[in-house]
Design a protein around this ligand. Structure first.
Ligand SMILES: Cc1cc2nc3c(=O)[nH]c(=O)nc-3n(C[C@H](O)[C@H](O)[C@H](O)COP(=O)(O)OP(=O)(O)OC[C@H]3O[C@@H](n4cnc5c(N)ncnc54)[C@H](O)[C@@H]3O)c2cc1C
Ligand code: SF4
Length: 317
């Protein structure tokens, strides 16, 4: 690990300004992703700004009947919050499908949204990787690509985004609240938060340098049946090959989103219009344009079957 300086911030605005001031500085929250990347020298921040003391860990109701989740709320606390379990159960289920209990105790809401891909070539500094070093090439294209994206990828990067939580948040139309280094705030719809790789796979989200996530808000509850099914190589403690988040209403209408298949949580609102026609019709629209490699074309079948299983389960109520 390279040497770095460290400070504890005492306000959100101070934290944002401190990261913007020092080129290569980073926020640290739970540290469960960032510290691993620093040990491998994939991330080499010269300065760390600790945001754990900012009181951003509250989960509270909003005036319009939704929920505001502090950026530092731990994954364990969010998954076990009674309002989340009752009104946003898909989020609770997605969180509990992720990582391990120990990791969830440390991992935060913002850190989870900003975790980096688990592409093995990204983690190997001997390999070319456009995400790690822009312009160096992509070892996964033509390489071992079993875990990689089947949709929304580019010639520059075929990585997937590994978060379970974010798939549920995308389904629920969450918004990301931030403060920028000049003290101004903004709200980013989660649909616009994560980027597809295109020619700039190193630019993974809509944040500017020094922009601090302060909270994630959820709109009013949707009702319906909430399901999250994650398919992985081991029963637990593994990232998704494919996951399906769904909120299905008694009349068969609803929402679906996929994880493990793209560089961002994959939701196609137009596909949801086909829900009354059944899983095959939804899958056809959701996965239109999919371009798997020969090693991961199984994900298409897996996504279709997992979606069908989730919709069948939803029918039981
Ligand atoms: C072995 C292992 C298994 C895992 N399995 C899963 C899994 O199955 N599913 C899953 O979804 N996740 C999984 N994870 C990932 C885990 O959920 C993330 O590491 C965790 O959510 C990151 O949160 P953190 O608070 O520790 O982030 P950190 O590591 O502290 O930070 C991550 C990034 O976010 C930035 N950041 C943190 N807070 C803010 C903020 N408020 N504003 C702006 N930037 C910020 C940091 O600068 C850093 O770039 C696993 C992790 C490990 C180590
Ligand atoms: S898929 Fe993306 S993260 Fe993986 S090696 Fe290629 S550029 Fe890097």
């Amino acid at each position: 690990m390279r040497a770095f300086t460290y400070q504890r911030a005492s306000s959100a605005a101070e934290a944002a300004a401190a990261v913007a001031r020092a080129p290569g500085a980073k926020f640290i929250a739970g540290g469960t992703n960032l510290l691993d990347l620093m040990k491998l020298e994939i991330e080499t921040p010269v300065h760390l700004v600790d945001v754990n003391g900012l009181g951003l860990d509250k989960i509270e109701g909003t005036p319009d009947g939704g929920l505001r989740i502090g950026a530092l709320a731990r994954n364990t606390d969010l998954a076990s919050d009674m309002r989340v379990r009752r009104d946003y159960a898909v989020l609770s289920r997605a969180l509990l499908a992720g990582a391990s209990a120990q990791l969830r105790n440390k991992a935060t809401t913002a850190g989870n949204l900003l975790q980096r891909t688990r592409c093995p070539y990204f983690y190997d500094t001997n390999q070319a990787c456009n995400k790690r070093r822009p312009g160096s090439g992509c070892s996964a294209v033509g390489g071992f690509s079993r875990q990689h994206a089947i949709i929304g990828a580019s010639a520059a990067c075929i990585a997937t985004f590994p978060s379970d939580m974010a798939v549920a948040m995308r389904l629920l139309d969450a918004s990301v609240e931030t403060v920028r280094p000049d003290g101004s705030t903004r709200v980013i719809p989660i649909a616009d938060f994560h980027h597809l790789p295109g020619n700039t796979p190193h630019i993974e989200n809509a944040l500017v340098a020094g922009e601090l996530i302060t909270a994630v808000t959820l709109p009013r509850p949707l009702g319906g049946t909430h399901l999250y099914r994650k398919v992985r190589d081991r029963t637990s403690y593994a990232f998704a090959l494919v996951s399906v988040a769904a909120v299905i209403q008694p009349d068969g209408r609803g929402r679906v989103a996929l994880g493990g298949v793209a560089h961002k949580p994959w939701r196609v609102e137009a596909a949801e219009a086909a829900l009354p026609q059944g899983a095959a019709a939804v899958s056809a629209r959701l996965l239109a344009g999919a371009a798997p490699t020969h090693e991961n074309e199984f994900k298409i079948t897996l996504a279709k079957r997992t979606l069908a299983a989730v919709l069948a389960e939803a029918k039981k109520g």
